[in-house]
Design a protein around this ligand. Structure first.
Ligand SMILES: [Zn+2]
Length: 244
């Protein structure tokens, strides 16, 4: 982005930067999802964790670069209030605008270099680090997941908090321990993905929630089902613990 040789095209550059920033935000979030899986399932792979940290830092760094360019573009735009369109840019003193942009960008970059920890202090990077470090023992992780799972059950069904024994790890349709738990966003009931999708297919898309007494009368659609990460991790950790 530095050392631009083409003329400044303020509006289109701002739009482009906005798009880049959005997709970089998507990459950051996806890296965090991958990190979550690594923290859950590759607990001892320190090399993989280090690589994921580095990838996260480079995405955050790229997002930071884009933000600096956006700020510099906005600076030029705001200090030259007559500019409305890119053709105005052409008709103005191109040299002045470009040098104003470059100066502002250099200032921002210098400020960024003075604050070495700013990428490390990014909330998404901190979240990733906490995923890798705060895991605790299997028993501790199970305890906090139990709290999370019973808490959400209390909210969605208005019942008293379930005891830990009541956390159902079996699919209400297949009766088997769930491999890939999904939550019905309409009623909060949890099923195994493969099992419930087989049921939906068999019923030719007229499958209602198979949990007895469920008030949700909407036929289940794939779009009603969301990953239930806490349940998935809970079942995984349970299988690793001695109490299974
Ligand atoms: Zn239901």
């Amino acid at each position: 982005m530095s050392g631009r040789s083409r003329p400044l095209e303020l509006e289109s550059d701002l739009v482009l930067n906005q798009r880049l920033l959005q997709s970089m935000g998507g990459m950051v979030n996806e890296t965090l999802e991958v990190a979550r899986d690594i923290a859950n399932y590759c607990t001892d792979d320190d090399e993989l964790k280090k690589a994921t940290q580095d990838i996260m830092l480079s995405f955050i760094g790229m997002a930071d670069d884009i933000k600096q360019v956006t700020t510099a573009l906005n600076h030029v735009k705001n200090t030259c209030p007559m500019i409305q369109t890119d053709s105005d840019v052409e008709s103005m003193e191109e040299q002045n605008l470009t040098s104003s942009f470059t100066k502002k960008l250099e200032k921002l970059k210098a400020a960024g270099r003075r604050d070495e920890n700013r990428l490390m202090n990014h909330p998404k990077y901190e979240e990733l680090i906490s995923l890798f470090t705060d895991s605790g023992t299997i028993e501790e992780q199970l305890a906090s997941l139990r709290a999370a799972l019973t808490g959400s059950a209390e909210e969605s069904q208005g019942e008293l908090a379930m005891t830990e024994m009541d956390i159902n790890i079996r699919c209400p349709y297949t009766g088997c321990t769930m491999q890939d738990p999904v939550r019905n966003i309409l009623c909060g009931h949890v099923y195994d993905r493969t099992g419930i999708l087989t049921y939906v297919k068999q019923k030719k898309s007229k499958a209602k929630c198979p949990v007895g007494g469920c008030g949700n009368t909407e036929p289940i659609q794939e779009s009603h089902l969301e990953d239930h990460r806490d349940m998935r991790k809970y079942i995984f950790l349970l299988s690793q613990s001695q109490n299974f």
